[in-house]
Design a protein around this ligand. Structure first.
Ligand SMILES: [Zn+2]
Length: 95
């Protein structure tokens, strides 16, 4: 397992949005939501198959509210694979 740190890089993490299942009268919105669903499903399938061999500590945006947090992220599929410990954060950030 190779792990590096690119703390300045912010990646967006997609979360399945429950609102997607709600009916919408706007066709364009409906179409966009369908596409988003399809993209989320494809991402999930890719991430399930990935072995997350190379991981990097990155700042990620979490769901609603655009909260930024620090996580281990897979370089290959951009999946959030874990929380860095204080030790890991210090090790990678103190340079
Ligand atoms: Zn991965």
């Amino acid at each position: 397992m190779r792990r590096t740190c690119k703390i300045k890089e912010v990646v967006e993490v997609s979360y399945v949005d429950k609102l997607l299942e709600a009916m919408t009268p706007n066709r364009k919105v409906e179409k966009l939501l369908n596409q988003k669903n399809k993209i989320d499903r494809e991402l999930r399938e890719i991430r399930e198959k990935c072995n997350h061999y190379q991981q990097t500590i990155k700042q990620v945006i979490l769901g609603e509210g655009n909260q930024v947090s620090t996580r281990w992220v897979c370089d290959e599929c951009a999946a959030v694979v874990g929380y860095p410990t204080d030790y890991e954060l210090n090790k990678f950030l103190r340079k």
